[in-house]
Each structure stands twice: as C-alpha cells, then as structure tokens.
Design a protein around this ligand. Structure first.
Ligand code: ADP
Ligand code: MG
Length: 251
C-alpha cells in the first residue's frame, strides 16, 4: 500500500533521512521507534509532502502510484491521514465545520443527518465533551484533548492509511486506553487500513498490535522485528542499534 524507496531528505542543508526504505502492505500495522531527532516526524510530514523538507532523492508510492511530488491536498484525498506529533491550533475553524467540509470533499452528498450521527458517535466513543467539536480546532485544548481530537478526525474521515505520530504522548492512563481501543476497533471494522505508528513506548502497542516494529537511527531503519523488539528497546535503549547497517526492504 505504501512503499518508500531510497528516500533522502534534508532541511536547511542538513541531511535528515538517508536512504530510508519501508514497505507497508494493506491491513498491516508498523511501529517506528527511534531516539529523539532521528527523523521520525520528518518522515511523517514528508509522506504528506510538507514543502519545508527537501526530497533530495527517492520515491514514495501509494497503491502503486508515485505520490512523491503530489500536493498535500491530493495526498490527503487519496486517503492518507496524519495525526501530527504537535497538532496545530486553527483559530476560527471549528472541528465540526472542518470535518464536514473535508468529508464533503471526499464523498459527495453526505447528509447533515448522517454527518451529525457519525461525529456524535465518535465524540461519545472517545469520551470527549461534545462542546469541543464546536470550538476552534485544538484552541486551548490540553495535550491529551488534542490527541483525542486527532483520533476523532480519523474516525470521521475514514482514511485508508493512518500515520500516528506519538499519539500516546501527554495522555493519562484512561485516555491512553480510550485512544488505543478506538484505533483497534477502527482497524477491526476497516481491515484493509494500514497504520504507521511512531512511538517511544510499548504500552500503546499493547492496544494497537504491530505486525512489525522498526528501529530507526541516523535517518534510516536499522532493525525490523515484532512486538518483542519494542520490549527489547525499552530494556536496552537505542545505542545498540546505532551501528547496524540499514535493513533491506523486502520486495
Ligand atoms: P524525531 O521525530 O525523530 O524526534 P524530527 O523528525 O522531528 O525527529 O527531527 C529530525 C531532525 O530534523 C532534528 O534534528 C530536528 O531538529 C530537525 N528538524 C526537523 N524539522 C525541522 C525544521 N522545520 N527546521 C529545522 N530543523 C528541523
Ligand atoms: Mg517526532
């Protein structure tokens, strides 16, 4: 579903991603772990073609199509969704208005009734205050509320490919459980959906079970394994993987 080949990315002349490769098939959950500043968030933004980052080399394919240079808007319409590590505040646009507009762009003729039903059920699943969807997006929200608001958007927009960048940071134990269970339940109902989840902690992976866990250091994946690798990282830290040579992406 998503394939990244030999990707090199820089910002202000500084090389961040160096020969980054990954291949994510339909319905797979991939966890990406790595030390601070290694380029995980950069990768998530580059997939959506954030223009701040310069792609020096390499390609990104989605469902077989080269989307490397497609506009962010078109990439989002293809069904790639990013929950940002630091969700931005958008003054003057409510979450409800944003989602209604976005949904109408995606599917024609979404009735107001079915939209309200959908958003209200997501609000209730996430145990959110229903007033929040009528406030400016993320304005004055706590860290945890912003993360829930991202998952709310995911549930309403029903993307095919989900990138969750540190969705677990800033969540209290109850909210972590709610967010984890909401993503898991979503995946049960959307079996073809794939996930790239960036995290530092195995806790969220107890809910969102990964098929693969990757260790990223120095701007590339150094080791790939299963859930046990996440536990190994928690015990040993990242230093052991620093000198590994880059793993080869299976064809
Ligand atoms: P991670 O998410 O793995 O912690 P990031 O992708 O956020 O790492 O950052 C990787 C490196 O790129 C860091 O050294 C960071 O300071 C730098 N970087 C990322 N975005 C920018 C930016 N917009 N301007 C300047 N430097 C950036
Ligand atoms: Mg990050």
């Amino acid at each position: 579903m998503l394939r990244i080949k030999n990707l090199y990315v820089s910002i202000d002349g500084k090389e961040i991603l160096k020969d980054f490769n990954i291949n994510i098939n339909k319905g797979e959950v991939h966890a990406l772990m790595g030390p601070n500043g290694t380029g995980k968030s950069t990768l998530s933004k580059v997939i959506l073609n954030n223009k701040k980052y310069k792609k020096e080399k390499g390609n990104i394919y989605f469902e077989g199509e080269d989307i490397t240079n497609l506009s962010t808007d078109k990439i989002a319409k293809k069904g790639i969704f990013l929950s940002n590590q630091l969700p931005c505040e958008i003054d003057g646009v409510t979450t409800a208005d944003f989602l209604r507009t976005a949904l109408n762009e995606k599917e024609e003729n979404v009735s107001l009734y079915s939209f309200i039903k959908k958003i209200n059920s997501a609000v209730s699943d996430l145990n959110m205050d229903e007033k929040m969807i009528h406030r400016s997006i993320n304005k004055g929200f706590s860290g945890g509320e912003k993360k829930k608001n991202e998952i709310l958007q995911m549930k309403v927009l029903e993307p095919k490919f989900i990138i969750l960048d540190e969705i677990d940071s800033g969540l209290d134990v109850d909210s972590l459980k709610i967010v984890g269970e909401n993503v898991t339940n979503y995946l049960k109902e959307h079996k073809d959906t794939s996930v790239l989840i960036i995290t530092h902690y195995p806790r969220i992976l107890e809910y969102i079970k990964p098929d693969f866990v990757h260790v990223m250091t120095g701007g590339q994946i150094k080791k790939t394994g299963n859930y046990d690798l996440a536990l190994e990282i928690e015990k040993k830290g990242y230093d052991t993987y620093k000198n590994n040579s880059a793993s080869i992406v299976s064809e």
